[in-house]
Design a protein around this ligand. Structure first.
Ligand SMILES: Cc1cc2nc3c(=O)[nH]c(=O)nc-3n(C[C@H](O)[C@H](O)[C@H](O)COP(=O)(O)OP(=O)(O)OC[C@H]3O[C@@H](n4cnc5c(N)ncnc54)[C@H](O)[C@@H]3O)c2cc1C
Length: 287
């Protein structure tokens, strides 16, 4: 297990600013996210309210962010955090089959805009999963459905297909390019997760698909699924003004702490979260 001072989960403005501030404070960090940083940042047409960068296109601002990271030798590790475990005096962050250890965690995963499917929350952990790599081993000789919102998840589904008898892959994007003899790509619209005590089938706009389990792979995972026990107000993590959460050593920033959903607010909170995480780590040294 690799050791870090701070693991930052999310590569939008909040996570990037948290990474920059942490490195300036001489902390060893791991920044988990996407190579293209943030799809929201890329989609923004003209940004007029980010101090010092008026009339700037989202992709151009993203390039400026990348230059800033490079100037400090900060790299984004293009991996998705699947779970965070509180180990008492440290945290373990799982990404696929890998585990990373750290003293403090900063959540900067953005806000979940997609609605959950009816039945999803009720059957989570009982046939509904958000992490194919974590649960693939439970599927020998079984059939799994994967509802995938991004091309980035194709590797996850291919890994699952190495274990499962069959994977039914439902892409929620264009031009899927997933491979595997036991992978069937199905173009149907998922509507509802069915089952009483455990998952039995997926209802779609074109009939029910029975299976042993369903993996729902979105760009971001609900914070309370990532870290059980974190206090939430609906889809937002509850934070104090220093960006601390109810779990000592875990900080949150950006869209996931609530509106206004703005670049500058996210970056500002990323700065505060990093300074608070540094202070948390330094306070432990003196105990
Ligand atoms: C079309 C559009 C235009 C906009 N225009 C403006 C504007 O003009 N001005 C303005 O101020 N705001 C604008 N916004 C809002 C702005 O995009 C958001 O407020 C901002 O991106 C939030 O930053 P964030 O860092 O909190 O989250 P995000 O930018 O959403 O970044 C979160 C990142 O975390 C990653 N992530 C999530 N879960 C995990 C995980 N488990 N492991 C690893 N990585 C993970 C995601 O992939 C993503 O890269 C716009 C938004 C959109 C969609």
């Amino acid at each position: 297990m690799t050791d870090y001072d701070i693991i930052i989960i999310g590569s939008g403005p909040a996570g990037l600013e948290a990474a920059i501030t942490s490195v300036i404070r001489h902390k060893k960090i791991l920044l988990l996210g996407q190579n293209d940083l943030s799809s929201k940042l890329r989609k923004a047409h003209i940004i007029n309210n980010y101090l010092g960068f008026h009339d700037i296109h989202g992709p151009e601002l993203a390039d400026r962010f990348t230059e800033h990271l490079q100037s400090l030798n900060i790299e984004v590790t293009p991996k998705k955090a699947a779970a965070v475990y509180d180990m008492g005096d440290s945290f373990a962050v799982q990404s696929g089959a890998e585990m990373f250890q750290c003293k403090s965690v900063i959540l900067a995963t953005g806000v979940i805009t997609k609605n959950l499917f009816p039945g999803e929350e009720e059957l989570l952990g009982r046939g509904v999963s958000y992490c194919a790599t974590c649960d693939a081993a439970l599927y020998p000789d079984k059939t799994a459905i994967v509802i995938s919102y991004s091309k980035n998840e194709e590797k996850e589904a291919e890994f699952l297909a190495e274990y499962a008898k069959k994977v039914i892959y439902i892409p929620m994007y264009d031009d899927p390019a997933i491979s595997g003899d036991n992978v069937e790509i199905v173009s149907k619209k998922p509507l509802e997760i069915l089952g009483e005590d455990s998952f039995t089938a997926l209802r779609t706009d074109d009939g029910d698909i029975p299976a042993d389990g369903v993996f729902i792979l979105r760009e971001n995972i609900a914070p309370d699924s990532l870290i059980p026990g974190i206090e939430m107000d609906q889809t937002h993590v509850i934070v104090k003004s220093d960006m601390s959460t109810n779990i000592p050593g875990v900080f949150a920033c950006g869209d996931l702490t609530g509106p206004p959903y703005q670049f500058i607010k996210s970056a500002g909170e990323g700065n505060i979260a990093a300074l608070s995480a540094c202070a948390f780590i330094d306070s432990k040294k003196n105990v």
